[in-house]
Design a protein around this ligand. Structure first.
Ligand code: FAD
Length: 388
């Protein structure tokens, strides 16, 4: 392949996943020439399609609240605006509390969240049971309820962003792997793939679980570790509940457990392994289902006879503090990180896409600046996100 103008772009995005695909849409829409490169044959084939689809603005960090709010706006209006069905469901989120420790933590967080005008409140057990009648009432103290949060299909969303990005003339090169960068002094000028070389003013690393080895090529140590998580989907049943239910109690072998009922009636559930299982393995483990189904039945006993159709395993691109890394890197020109999305990359996709488009266009607003400050690569990674 020649190094001609055909291979020259305003912006190259590495990765057509939860982050790279909406970023391509927003940047191409602004009129810039965008190339997206992904090693897989189509969009969303890595972590994106392993996500269970939860979307919320109710975080504890202001940067994540801004990203969540922006994304929620996009997901909830996408079908009306563009006509693509992405299975948006405004079912809300509920963090349930069965012990005083979690009740106190959630109540304290609500005060912060309400300061950011988030629609969230604490409901004591009787009121929560009106919204989720089949919750196990034994020892239930109550829980949060944020009715504006919801869910959508990660794969359908990635296809929708891809379709609209391609309409805005973004070029997608699939089945192609970025193996190195082209640099001159402190400026990153492009990428080398297994098929050729491409030049651009901006290179965005949106490589998810592969962000670290890729960034090493330019001497950057980006603290993102692939951390494997599993999920399962059941047969469809009549509607039982709407919200995404999150149980933060620790159980042997697991930390958080969360589940919701898809518009088709299937129950989708997911568990955070404790201790974490690092790596990009995608073969489901033998003990996930027994542990996770025990947790499901513990919270919602009515589901005890439901049949599980499929189990899968994917990657959270984890950072030490549970928050993403977004923005430029001191001493490197033309390079942007949009990585380390942890368990929230799907829900942050459109918000991060808008943010990096503002960065590339040099059109940052006040909220963008807060996000970039809090999620900087140069932060200390000392605090810990409570609702990661
Ligand atoms: C079981 C499970 C449940 C989850 N549930 C949720 C949820 O409910 N809500 C939520 O928001 N998030 C959820 N997540 C997390 C979410 O899936 C991730 O945070 C998100 O997909 C990360 O997005 P990303 O774009 O950074 O990575 P990806 O979507 O993995 O995209 C990265 C892309 O980069 C490409 N790539 C990497 N290196 C190269 C290279 N060298 N050359 C070319 N291409 C390259 C990969 O092929 C990939 O397509 C869940 C994850 C799992 C595993």
């Amino acid at each position: 392949m020649n190094d001609s103008s055909q291979n020259t772009f305003d912006c190259i995005i590495i990765g057509a996943g939860s982050i790279g695909t909406p970023a391509a849409f927003y940047i191409a829409k602004s009129g810039l020439k965008v190339l997206v490169i992904d090693r897989y044959p189509s969009v969303g084939q890595a972590s994106n399609k392993h996500a269970i689809g939860g979307i919320r603005a109710t975080h504890s960090d202001p940067a994540k609240i801004h990203l969540g709010n922006r994304s929620l706006k996009v997901f909830s209006t996408w079908e009306t605006e563009f006509g693509d069905d992405i299975e948006w469901q405004e079912g809300g989120y509920s963090y349930v509390a069965y012990d005083q420790e979690n009740a106190a933590l959630l109540k304290a967080l609500i005060l912060e969240q309400q300061q950011h005008n988030l629609e969230i409140s604490w409901l004591d057990a009787p009121d929560l049971l009106k919204i989720i009648p089949k919750l196990n009432p034994q020892d239930l103290l109550g829980g949060t309820f944020s009715p504006e949060d919801g869910s959508a299909s990660p794969l359908k969303s990635a296809f929708a962003f891809h379709k609209r990005a391609a309409e805005a003339d973004a070029v997608f090169n699939f089945n192609e792997t970025v193996v190195d960068f082209i640099s001159e002094g402190s400026r990153i000028k492009g990428v080398v793939t297994d098929k050729g070389k491409y030049y651009s003013q901006w290179v965005i690393n949106a490589a998810g679980g592969w962000a670290k080895p890729l960034s090493k090529k330019i001497g950057l140590d980006v603290p993102v570790e692939p951390d494997s998580h599993e999920a399962a989907i059941t047969e469809p049943v009549a509607r039982i509940f709407y919200p995404m239910i999150v149980d933060m109690r620790k159980r042997p072998g697991s930390a958080n457990f969360y589940f919701y009922q898809h518009p088709t009636g299937k129950i989708i559930f997911c568990m955070t392994p404790d201790p974490p299982i690092l790596g990009t393995h995608t073969i489901a483990s033998s003990d996930f289902l027994s542990k996770a189904s025990r947790r499901l039945i513990e919270i919602m006993p009515v589901l005890r006879h439901i049949r599980v159709r499929r189990v899968w395993r994917g990657t959270y691109p984890m950072t030490p503090d549970g928050s993403p890394i977004i923005g430029k890197v001191n001493g490197l020109d033309g390079f942007i990180l949009a990585v380390g999305m942890c368990g929230q990359g799907f829900m942050f996709g459109p918000g991060v896409g808008q943010l990096v488009s503002h960065l590339v266009l040099n059109e940052l607003d006040e909220a963008d600046k807060i996000i970039l400050d809090n999620l900087s690569f140069h932060r200390k990674f000392e605090s810990e996100e409570m609702l990661k």
